[in-house]
Design a protein around this ligand. Structure first.
Ligand SMILES: [Fe+2]
Length: 502
């Protein structure tokens, strides 16, 4: 034995290091293997909620497989080194070898931590909904895809197993005169959803309705019909009415839902809700939309939402598939954008022109001009997401300003409803960058937010009212030549108001 050569010290330490790494990999592989066996039997995409690590089964399987490879590779290297020194005397210090073994274990831990933290996108991409669909209809939502005087679009969700759907409706003052309408439906599949990855979305577009009338409707349910809900068609001509305007809901959707319900309770006569875009934070992720429709369910089932598309509702590089699927909107807007992304609605003696400020701003300008030029409405409003006059630092929507503002001024638009800057802001009345003494002589630009994400405010001379860190809803009352605008916070405090008289 004493004749055997002494082993090379450095290789011996490396051997200890590999032993530590192998030990780590075998223990980690065993723990994740047992965890998978005990907790993750079932469907392929099952999700596991770990407080700091919301992950899906296949991601843990990936981790498990990676650990297995690590155990095999480091174990093989360890074995090779041990074989290499098998006829050599081991004269290294046992304490130093132990240090290298511990270093191997720590290296394994560091490796695991790096792999996990380097893949946040993978972890975040796996989504789960807290509001899964069922056989019964939910998320019942009203929009307009045609003339608000004579049409009403009604949409709802079910699980895919509910293959067909219909609704029945009647004039509120004519009991027993139900008419039925079949819904068309589409299956929406989300490959990254860990649960409820497919839903069915049903759409009915009622037409030939009586203007200025209240209707009752019910959606087909498993054993009959859902509870009675109501909607109201637009008046046939000029008539006093109120509508609401809300800004980005995007983040804090449950708080937004609370604000929306309070707005509706306090102002039940408002006929519809303008939404300035960024309905959700992740337009490509269905679970965000589930939360949005859940939060809005007690309002938009009886009061139509009139939305514009925000940058967060879009899917960068893809079509805004959920925005388009979930919201039936007029399809005859600017040829520069796909149907539903720009449209015009007439309600009473008011015109509402909605544009997509995410893209193709210059290309939508001719259509905007056409709508305003051809309108004889007393009140003219526009709705888009990116503010013409910004309230947040380092923002400048130059194209919107350059191509759309002159058109608004040329055709005497009264108010531009906008969002995106996550604050409350009303400009002075502006024409050709000058501030008008009479509010009616220029255009008033508004920014507001209904969720709980807020940005710092700029200080600019064009601001008449600017409030940071406040979610608000706005009520606009129109009566002939008079317009009354009010903004309220969650508690119902009046935070801004003005009058316009033609
Ligand atoms: Fe935005």
């Amino acid at each position: 034995m004493n004749n055997l050569p002494v082993v090379n010290n450095k290789l011996r330490f490396f051997e200890s290091f590999l032993a530590g790494l192998t030990l780590f990999a075998v223990v980690a592989m065993t723990v994740t293997g047992v965890f998978i066996h005990l907790r993750l039997s079932g469907p392929d995409l099952q999700i596991v909620r770990i407080p700091w690590w919301g992950i899906a089964k296949w991601y843990i399987l990936d981790v498990h497989i990676t650990q297995s490879y690590l155990a095999i590779i480091s174990g093989a290297l360890w074995g090779a080194l041990a074989w290499f020194r098998k006829h050599k005397r081991d004269a290294t210090n046992p304490l130093r070898r132990l240090t290298f073994l511990v270093a191997g274990i720590l290296f394994g831990l560091l490796l695991a931590r790096t792999v996990i933290s380097d893949h946040p996108i993978l972890v975040e991409t796996i989504r789960a909904t807290d509001y899964p669909s069922s056989l019964s209809p939910d998320h019942i939502t009203l929009t307009w895809s045609g003339d608000p005087k004579t049409t009403q679009a009604i949409q709802w969700r079910t699980s895919p197993e509910t293959s067909a759907g219909k609704l029945r409706y009647r004039l509120a003052d004519a009991p027993g005169t139900w008419q039925e309408a079949e819904a068309r439906n589409a299956l929406l599949y989300s490959s990254y959803m860990a649960n409820d990855y497919e839903i069915r979305w049903h759409t009915v577009e009622l037409s030939g309705l009586r203007p200025d009338a209240e209707y009752v409707y019910q959606v087909q349910d498993l054993d009959g019909w859902t509870e009675e809900r109501r909607f109201r068609t637009a008046p046939d001509g000029p008539e006093a009415f109120s509508f609401m305007y809300i800004g980005d809901s995007q983040e804090g959707l449950l708080e937004y839902g609370e604000l929306l319900e309070k707005a509706q309770e306090r102002h039940p006569d408002a006929r519809f809700y303008l939404h300035a875009g960024d309905l959700v934070n992740r337009g490509c992720e269905r679970d965000d939309w589930d939360l949005f429709f859940h939060a809005s369910r007690n309002v938009f089932d009886q009061y139509p939402i009139v939305p514009t598309i925000g940058n967060h509702d879009d899917c960068p590089g893809f079509d805004p598939r959920y925005y388009s699927a979930f919201l039936a909107l007029p399809r005859d807007g600017s040829p520069a954008r796909p149907p539903g992304q720009s449209y015009a609605l007439h309600y009473g003696d008011a015109l509402f022109v909605v544009l997509n400020s995410n893209i193709a701003v210059r290309e939508q300008a001719p259509w905007l001009e056409e709508q305003l030029r051809d309108s004889t409405a007393t009140w003219k409003f526009v709705l888009w997401h990116h503010p013409t006059y910004v309230s947040k630092k380092h923002r400048d929507n130059a194209e919107v300003h350059q191509y759309w503002t002159p058109i608004l001024e040329r055709y005497n638009v009264d108010i531009a409803f906008q969002g995106h800057d996550h604050a409350y802001m009303r400009t002075k009345s502006i024409r050709e960058e000058a501030f008008m003494e009479r509010l009616e002589d220029g255009v008033i630009y508004l920014v507001s937010v209904s969720g709980n994400k807020f940005y710092e405010l700029l200080d600019r001379d064009y601001m008449e009212v600017a409030i940071a860190d406040l979610a608000t809803y706005q009520v606009i009352d129109i009566d002939g030549d008079s317009l009354h605008y009010r903004a309220f916070d969650m508690e119902g405090n009046l935070v801004d108001a003005f009058h316009l008289n033609k």
